[in-house]
Design a protein around this ligand. Sequence first.
Ligand code: SAH
Ligand code: SF4
Length: 371
Amino acid sequence: MKFTPAQPPIFGETLASLTARLAEAGEPAYRARQVLDWLYKKRATGWDQMTNLPHALRTRLAGLFDFDPSALVSNRQSADVTDKLLLELRDRSLIETVIIRAPQEGVGLDRSRKTICISTQVGCAMGCRFCASGLAGLKRDLSAGEIVHQLIQVCRREDARTARANAELASFDNIVVMGMGEPLHNYDALLRALAILNAEWGLGFGARRITISTSGLVPQIRRLAAEPVGFRLAVSLHGATNEVREQIMPVNRRWPLEELLPAVREFAARHGRMVTLEFILIEGVNDGLDQAGRLRDIALDLHAHVNLIPYNAVEGLPWKRPSAARQQKFVSVLEERDVSVTLRREKGHDIDAACGQLRLKVERDRAAAGA
Ligand code: SAH
Ligand code: SF4
């Protein structure tokens, strides 16, 4: 499922592809670097700013490429330092990009650690029962340019927020591919986008600061393990036995734990980095101490970090988060054996920060309004 716009976004071009495209138009090779420099180093907001390019070339570029594949339609900031951008694509699809700030003592919010959470698809085909993103299925994949443009939107917003006398450009610390969609279900566009973010001619963002979260597509995990670039991997486990996982994640029927866990082990061995196991705690589903014990054994076996996430309620779905006391009991089972574990404090709860919820709300409003 793809959307093919009349003009592809300029942000989906690599140095090689742009050089080739410009050569076709009779332009010298060095022009591609000049354009990319304007995009990623000088953060130009339009073709007109590219003053070292001849006027005729700027006009030609404007005809070939789309400079604005997404528009910011709303920007909601929660009390707890999460900033959620709702972006509208050219076909009116909506996606979400989230800025999560971790306040640090002694520094202002602008200097706090920032993690950017990006989307890779409109909707999702995986159908996890608890997730707002997958409720209406997959609408389409994002292109590489649409993925990269989310970071450009963040940069623009942050540049404007933090404008200082010395015009220092805003930066961020981590990128997590944990927004809407199953990243490994849109593998080629994702890897192209990450290559652009990572490249010296692009954003120059280190691969080790990029985490890809997957619901567990085994062949793609193995493919990712074989890539030369070492991105970090997070696996949405949410069930420590097939029986429990299957109830909430249909993907487990295709790729049960006995297939998934060896692939995760291979990834960890290949890249020499701890993998993260994500585990949402849902009351009465997967929050029992027997699940905690099994999860502990899996984490010890894989030498993985466990990230426990209290479930964020989704309107229309029956699931609830367990009480704080029950969450704590679950954590204790893992801590007893020194498993590296974090219990995520909710960020952005008040602005529907969990995966896909803000988009769902706006889509429902649009449908109600007949728009
Ligand atoms: N599709 C990928 C990445 C996007 S989802 C994946 O599933 O890993 C990112 C994370 O948010 C996943 O761990 C997902 O299970 C979790 N998630 C989805 N809905 C949630 C909710 N309502 N509350 C808490 N976490 C949720
Ligand atoms: Fe898709 Fe991830 Fe949501 Fe599952 S949790 S439906 S894989 S976005």
